[in-house]
Design a protein around this ligand. Sequence first.
Ligand code: HEM
Ligand code: HEM
Length: 174
Amino acid sequence: MQSELKYAFVMRSLHWLVVLAVLIAVAAIEILDAFPKGSAARAALFMVHQTAGLSVLALMVLRLFARVGTQAPPPVPGSPLVQRAARLTHGVLYVLMVGMPVLGVLALAWAGKPIQPFGLDVTLALPQDKTFAHLAKEVHESGATLVYIAVGLHAAAALWHEFILKDRLLRRMI
Ligand code: HEM
Ligand code: HEM
């Protein structure tokens, strides 16, 4: 049966590491609002957000190489429309997982603020530009809504396959 075929080990590992890093990035930025502005907890959570977000970018770069270098299993049998929707969602997820961290970095760099992966202070040699910084932050924040929608649809589809269609699709990624 086609759905018994799995993604390569490296693809499966990177998939779940990205999921974990995204969860940490989102949890950190959502919890941050519970703390007063200027507090140490808020600063620490923002550092965690950036570290996890930059880890997503690093993992996605590895993943793009792994995607090209390994054979993905053929799509599970189904209507061409559903297969196209799945391919589109995967494409959107790739774009978001690369685009979101890049926009986050640009928002800070154009605002003249340091990037703080793992507590380091890295200042990028970009000219300060308030308009660009504001734009990058706005797009990053709107992108976050898209992340919630795309990941929600994608995870719901995976669970639909597992529990309703029972075609073992989820096992291709485990
Ligand atoms: C996949 C990676 C990332 C995701 C999913 C993500 C998601 C988010 C979310 C949900 C918000 C809150 C949006 C809101 O309040 O409406 C946010 C804000 C923000 N993120 Fe990210 N982010 C990621 C990576 C990064 C990275 C790598 C950086 C910078 C190094 C960064 C910098 C920022 C900044 C500056 C804000 C605005 C914080 C504020 O002033 O309120 N993000 N991000
Ligand atoms: C941040 C969250 C997630 C991201 C960014 C993400 C991203 C992706 C991408 C890009 C693919 C396509 C693989 C490729 O061709 O390279 C994929 C496949 C897959 N994902 Fe996710 N995913 C996430 C969360 C989840 C969750 C929560 C589940 C399970 C509930 C899941 C289950 C799957 C499965 C089963 C496949 C294989 C689909 C197939 O064989 O057609 N993913 N994921």
